[in-house]
Ligand binder design. Sequence first.
Ligand code: PMV
Length: 313
Amino acid sequence: MGQGKGYGKTILFGEHFVVYGFKAIASAIGDCTKAKTEKGSKGKGIELVDNRPAVEGYKVKKQREINDSLDLIFKFLKIDLKKNPVKITLSGNLECASGIGASAALAASVARALNQDFNLGLNEEQINEVAYEGEKASAGNPSGIDNTASVFGGLLVFQKNLEGGKNLIERLSIKKPIEIVLANSKITQDTKEVVSDVKRFKEEDEERFQKILNEYQKVFDEGLKALKNYDLRKLGELMNKNQELLARATITCSTVEEMISIAKKEGAFGAKQTGTGRGGLVLCLTPGKELQEKVAEALEKKGFPVMKTVIGV
Ligand code: PMV
C-alpha cells in the first residue's frame, strides 16, 4: 500500500503568460488531495474511487482527463497494470474546481503513493517530473507551475525553460502569511481550450500580444518587489493590473468581472482570476481576518462559494 498528498495552489501573477516563458508567482494552499494505492482486482487495470469534494459538474467534465492523467503516470513509471492492477482511492479536503490546481494535486498525490507502494525510490524532483507527466492530460503542454507548487508547497517564483532544460524554481518567504479569499464562479473551464485560445489570440496579432507580455514583465517585477517588501497595497494594485492584462488577452468573463467588483467594493486590496480563468476561481487579497470575512461574506451572499485561506505559509 502507498499513500501520498499534493497541495492545491493559487497563482498570484502570470497564469497563461508563464506558458510563453515569463516568470510567475504561485503559492500552495493548505488544502490537499490525498491518494491511497493498493493491490487492485485482477484484470481491472486501474480502479478509481474518487472521494474528493468537488464543485458541481467538475468530476463529470473532467472524468476523461482524470483517466488520461492516471494512464500517463502509469506509463511514465512503467508499471505494468496487467501484472499489478492498482486500486486508487482519492480523498482530502481540497475542493476540486477550475483554478485550484486540482489535477496537479491529484497527479502529485498519486505519484507519491505509487512511489511508496512500488518502492520506486524517487526524490522530490522526480516526483515532480511524474506529476508533470500527469498534468499533460489537462493542459497538453503545461508550464509545470501547478505540479511544482503542488509537490513542493510554499510560495515560489516559477519560470518554464522553453528549451526543455530545468525550470527555474525560486522559493520565497514572507514575514507573515496573508489572508486571501478564493471565490468560486462555479464555471468549470477546459485548460487546454483556454490555452489554445490564447495561442490563437497571439497568432492573430503578434504585436498586440507582445505588448501585453511586455507590460506583464513590469507587473511581475514590481509585484515580486511588493511581495518581498510586504507592501500589500501595492501587491493588490499589481494583481489588478495582471487581471487587466488577462482580460486584454480575452481571458475573463462577465461572472468573473462581477465577482472582482464585489470584492473590490468590500475593500479587497486586489482581485484577479487565478489559473485557467474565464470562470474558475477569483483570488482576492484580503489581509487580516476582518477584511477576509467581509469580502467572503459579500461574495457568498451573491451565491459564490468561498474558501478562506492564506498564502505564504
Ligand atoms: O487552472 P489551473 O489551476 O490548472 O492553472 C493553469 C495555468 C495555466 O497557466 C493557464 C496553464 C499552464 O500550463 O501554466
